[in-house]
Design a protein around this ligand. Structure first.
Ligand code: NI
Length: 145
């Protein structure tokens, strides 16, 4: 598009913002760029929320998030979401490709994947992967991908 040098500064700022932010993301390419398990990568940000990609394999730690609801969308494979009700009894939900589950804040949960699963997470920026628990699996500052 031609842009006259007389274009108002606001228009130029608008165009720069569009160029910087309006970019498509290929989920499979992003997933192919890392291999670590349980290490979420930030693939996008909007309205104070992060879109993260993560590879699961094995068992994660039990935890909850005090203030954040957390969405898990399965891109490939499947995983089991273990969770506890108010009395502490355990339940499980199998989540497959093309399905998502939202874990409400405060709910104790643990994802488990018998074989590698690729997941898109959608949750407020700053959400800690291990929630209220600090462990070797805690990733304080997820990398961008
Ligand atoms: Ni969680």
């Amino acid at each position: 598009m031609l842009e006259s040098s007389a274009a108002p500064a606001a228009s130029r700022r608008y165009n720069r913002r569009v160029e910087r932010n309006l970019q498509k993301v290929n989920i499979r390419e992003k997933l192919a760029s890392f291999s670590e398990h349980w290490s979420p990568r930030v693939a996008g940000e909007l309205n104070g929320q992060h879109v993260k990609l993560v590879k699961l394999q094995g068992e994660f730690v039990w935890h909850h998030h005090q203030n954040e609801d957390e969405l898990f969308l399965v891109i490939s494979g499947s995983f089991r979401l273990d969770y506890r009700n108010a009395r502490g009894s355990e339940h499980s939900l199998k989540v497959g490709e093309g399905e998502f589950v939202i874990v409400p804040r405060g709910v104790e949960h643990r994802p488990v994947a018998d074989s590698e699963a690729h997941i898109l997470l959608f949750e407020p920026a700053g959400t800690l992967n291990t929630g209220n628990v600090e462990s070797a699996m805690t990733v304080k500052t997820p990398l961008k991908v």
